[in-house]
Design a protein around this ligand. Structure first.
Ligand code: ADP
Ligand code: MG
Length: 729
């Protein structure tokens, strides 16, 4: 048995050590113990400071420098008691994942000793040497100043020996260099716009909160097998590997019990999450072998996104303790499902109403329809933008590539809601609007059925589905920062809600009643947004053609999908909502194109190396064994008998030789294509060149090598195969 196979079996999970980590207490007793939450604040801050801080968190008021000193002192005391020695500003640059630079609390005390120091200044703002984070040219390296600034709405937390302070990351000149900044801006503008529209229906709403409940899919692979695959180690996906005879065709993984080794990992992970205040709730096997999912209770959008970012790094860390590697890549394995990150999105009022829940009376129902229809309008008007917001080199292997689902953003509403909208659209104003004696609006077509509340009519293929009391944006990739999609969705819906208000007010100025104005505008919106409503099978071929006929965005090339950020309509929308200005949009696109280029470039390099230095040498060895055999057959047999007996080895040798030629030729061509693309200065054109002329080789080369995998002696094959990678022992 080769070493990697042997090690994988030998090193089962490190059970003893892990059991010690899992506490015996109830979750409620240790939930959030590593978070500077309200309980900790109350204990470590003065009453006055506590009140000012919680007020700022709840209402978004600014905190002065003086108060920051008090907060920092309390935070430090709390952290020191927990054995913390370092602190860091924790931010979300435009690359994958989060960034942190740790500093120790230590300072000289002036008497030759050391004290632990942490001031309000250090809490509030820092200037990390951020010259190597992508900025799309917003920051020249010679003035590599980027600031990280404290986000009090997301509580500080402790990881290992470090106090982590969630921060935004902005350029010296104020432009956003991260996901958090525009996400917060988009949440604020959505909240305001939704409140204004809510005022049509209810007078006592003061604040609207945007909620996000993500579902994180991931794969686990054995650490030793992972290490034996340079492609997994360097690109997080297998660039080679023939499908296993058994993969997901029996659907046995989805319904199956969680393997005990994985269950140990999950328990350990959940414990860490609870300590960090991440309210994880659901865990289960996913469709593909070795694929799993984790989902929390939904939270306020900015906090939920921080928790998702944090979860991803915790997962990576905890998996190592169990001799696993977690793969967050969207398509680690060909031929089985990829991983997404569903974002369940909704809005709620401070009076406890979910704006996407149909209510008890017809006024509530009209409010419900208003928010659903405006969301549909936003998804319709900003269809290419929403797709761009989830587009990445890695997510493209999941969407719109050879395997379903396609890269088209449509919306599934379910039978009940579709019928309600159809009836709304077709009813006359006299039928629909009857103002009762309380001067409230009555919808002539009756209530939305109660049934809706437990809407089980789910369409799993829809990228933007209504699921009873929320929308579920399912097109996101598993490795993505939800912020990218959420900020686009929030801004688009905010913009649309403002437009709705303008449209309604215009009709009112013409003398129409509020109810009639709302009714007429919604009717027009329902008509206009129809092209994105699709309740059929989103994975079918017919849908693609139909979507094109409907004028939906069907672009498959990621570099071109990013153009959607710079169309006049989108630039105007982001400007109007104050979420991103043109300078930021341009810079962010530069970053996106650059990341795309680098991802494809790395994959091409790794595949070239694997082909020429790992696979082909072994294939040639096997080929020479075959040639030896043929020569020996010739020595032993003669004439027709020789022809007969050597036919198979000769046929195999010929086939192998053809594959070797094809692979080496294409690796050379791929290198040439890269060289040519590298000479292009403009990042957009370069990304297009990488997409059009380099990336196609990845699939083609793979195809030949995967064929070789089936011909060459199993003992000689230098990489773990799919059947090993995909089935945990
Ligand atoms: P399913 O896979 O059937 O869609 P899950 O239980 O896996 O359901 O995930 C549902 C996700 O939706 C959870 O993260 C949950 O917290 C979230 N969620 C539920 N209600 C809302 C809501 N009103 N707003 C936002 N997210 C929600
Ligand atoms: Mg779901």
């Amino acid at each position: 048995m080769s070493t990697f196979r042997f090690n994988a079996v030998e090193k089962a999970s490190n059970r003893k050590a892990i059991e010690a980590v899992i506490p015996k207490q109830k979750v409620s007793e240790y939930f959030g113990e590593n978070v500077f939450n309200r309980k900790a604040m109350k204990k470590y801050l003065s009453k006055e400071t506590f009140e000012i801080l919680t007020q700022a968190i709840d209402t978004g008021t600014r905190l002065g420098r003086g108060i920051a000193n008090h907060i920092a002192a309390g935070m430090k005391m709390w952290a020191l008691e927990k054995g913390v020695t370092h602190y860091t500003h924790w931010f979300q640059p435009l690359t994958d994942g989060t960034a942190e630079k740790h500093d120790a609390f230590v300072e000289f005390d002036g008497n030759g000793g050391i004290i632990e120091e942490f001031s309000g200044k250090l809490l509030v703002q820092q200037e990390p040497d951020a010259s190597s984070f992508p900025s799309g040219g917003l920051r020249n390296t010679f003035e590599a100043r980027g600031y990280s600034a404290w986000d009090p709405s997301s509580p500080a937390f402790i990881v290992d020996d470090t106090l982590c302070i969630p921060t935004v990351f902005i350029a010296y000149t104020g432009e956003a260099l991260d996901y958090k900044t525009p996400l917060i801006r988009s949440i604020e503008v959505l909240s305001e716009a939704a409140k204004e529209v809510c005022d049509y229906f209810s007078e006592n709403v003061n604040k609207i909160t945007c909620f996000l409940g993500w579902e994180q899919e991931y794969f686990l692979v054995d650490e030793d097998l992972y290490s034996a695959r340079p492609d997994l180690s360097l690109t997080e996906r297998t660039l080679l590997g023939h499908e296993s005879a058994k993969n997901q065709q029996l659907d046995d993984h989805y319904f199956g019990a969680i393997p005990s080794r994985v269950q140990e990992f999950m328990k350990d992970l959940e414990t860490e999450c609870y300590r960090l205040g991440i309210p994880v709730k659901t865990r289960h096997n996913e469709v593909a072998p070795n694929q799993f999912e984790l989902a929390p209770i939904f939270e306020e959008c900015n906090l939920a996104n921080d928790h998702n970012q944090l979860l991803m790094s915790v997962m990576k860390r905890v998996s190592r303790r169990h001799n696993f590697r977690v793969l967050l890549h969207e398509k680690p394995f060909m031929g089985v499902n990829g991983s997404g990150k569903h974002c369940n999105w909704s809005m709620g009022t401070d009076t406890g109403v979910n704006l996407f829940s149909p209510g008890k009376d017809s006024e509530d129902n009209l409010r419900f329809i208003t928010f659903v229809v405006n969301t549909l309008m936003a998804v319709h008007r900003f269809n290419p933008l929403l797709k761009a917001s989830i587009a990445s080199a890695s997510n493209a292997y999941r969407l719109g590539a050879n395997e379903a689902p396609p890269a088209i953003i449509s919306s599934f509403l379910g039978k009940e809601i579709s019928e309600v909208l159809d009836r709304f659209e077709n009813s006359s104003i006299e039928d629909a609007v009857k103002v009762d004696d309380k001067k409230r609006l009555a919808l002539g077509f009756g209530q939305i059925p109660e049934l809706l509340l437990d809407n089980t009519d789910r369409n799993r293929t829809s990228p933007f589905a209504f699921t009873g009391n929320r929308f579920e944006f399912r097109a996101l990739g598993s490795s993505a920062n939800c912020g990218s999609a959420m900020l686009a969705l929030n801004s688009a819906v905010a913009y649309q809600l403002r437009q709705f208000k303008k449209d309604v007010e215009k009709l009112r100025l013409e003398g129409k009643s509020k109810e009639v104005a709302i009714f007429e505008i919604l009717k027009a919106y329902i008509k206009e947004s129809k092209p994105i409503r699709f309740d059929g099978n989103g994975y079918s071929d017919d849908w693609r053609e139909e979507a094109e006929r409907r004028g939906l965005d069907c672009e498959n090339s990621v570099p071109l999908q990013y153009d959607a950020y710079l169309t006049p309509q989108v630039v105007e929308m982001f400007k109007e909502t104050n979420v991103l200005n043109i300078k930021e949009l341009k810079a962010r696109n530069e970053v996106k194109w650059e990341i795309y280029i680098k991802k494809v470039q790395i994959e091409a390099r790794v595949l070239g190396d694997l082909s020429l230095n790992h696979i082909i040498p072994v294939v040639i060895q096997y080929q020479s064994l075959l040639l030896d055999t043929i020569a020996k057959l010739k020595d032993t047999f003669e004439g027709e008998e020789y022809e007969d007996l050597s036919a198979e080895p000769r046929r195999l040798t010929r086939k192998i030789a053809q594959h070797i030629c094809a692979v080496t030729r294409m690796v050379d061509e791929m290198i040439e294509a890269r060289k040519k693309a590298n000479r292009i200065a403009d990042l957009r054109s370069k990304a297009i060149a990488y997409h059009d002329t380099v990336a196609p080789y990845l699939d083609e080369i793979r195809c030949h090598i995967d064929n070789l995998e089936l011909m060459v002696d199993n003992q000689m094959w230098p990489l773990p195969k799919y059947r090993e990678l995909l089935f945990i022992r």
